[in-house]
Design a protein around this ligand. Sequence first.
Ligand code: FAQ
Length: 315
Amino acid sequence: MDTQQQLDDFQRRIDNGEKIEPKDWMPERYRKQLIRIMSQHAHSEIVGMLPEGNWITRAPSLRRKVALLAKVQDEAGHGLYLYSAAETLGISRDELVEQLLDGTAKYSSIFNYPTLTWADMGAVGWLVDGAAIINQVMLTKTSYGPYARAMVRICKEESFHQRQGYEIMLALANGTEAQKQMAQDALNRFWWPSLMMFGPRDEDSPNTEQSMKWKIKKKTNDELRQQFVDQTVPQADILGLTIPDPDLKWNEERGHYDFGEIDWEEFWNVVKGNGPCNLKRLEDRNAAWDNGAWVREAAVAHAEKQAAKRVSKSA
Ligand code: FAQ
């Protein structure tokens, strides 16, 4: 049991802006909350490779193919940093992967939508990475040291991803009428799911209050969502595309854009596993795990051989 004295001392450290490191004392709930957020984040990076991986073989030029391939590889790297950072909290990577594969773990709702056209690669980079960066820049300041440090590198790579997505949109928006329409259609389909990435409204978010007290999160879901809308609307204007929200309007008094109501029923449906691609994503991850078994076995056998060689050399 955590004593009141321990809890008070911990809160004092948080309030003073100190980083919490793996070997420091921490409340059990803080540890659990971090494992929850970090593992969901890691799983999102790994599942997030699937909708984009879908277009690697069909990218319209070698340059586009190379950039997309590099981006998808980066996402794998992000997943690996995050699994490693989560392991510092006393959970193993095997346990985390098992929770993803058996469907008990959550990952971002956005990756349960299909990527139907090449323009979706633009929309994912522009909007999905754009939303991810807003959230993750905040997380570079999170109170848990290993998570904050992992985020610094991840953010640098995500901002490159966001730009490559925007550049795809720019090329399409300035292309033929059919290309412009393809870009508009991708924006129409990805706009609302991107807003959902920030999670439920603050009043419906059970984790926000405690996460803010512990400075795991430094901004609420609604604050980050507003920041995303404010940043993205002018970018859509430059593209000459229309955001699919008739209620979107600059509010002079607030100094922010007002925007329409998210379809929360759709959000919770996708979170609960009933989105358009939830089943397919889990099937694909399970198939990748099964097909990769021989690689894992070979890597372990190789490591054992190397270790045995070292022992016989030193004997
Ligand atoms: N999808 O109380 P809250 C990326 C769940 S990375 C699914 O508000 P919290 C890079 C939530 O887990 C994208 N579930 O929760 C990339 C909770 O369930 P639980 C991922 C969601 O934690 C780009 C329940 O609802 N980023 O995209 C979602 O305070 C391109 C109640 O919610 C991160 O994970 C959702 N959208 O706030 C990769 C960043 N929203 O666990 C490839 C770190 C909420 O109690 C290609 N995470 N839920 O059963 C966070 O900042 C937070 O966890 C939030 C949710 C903001 C996602």
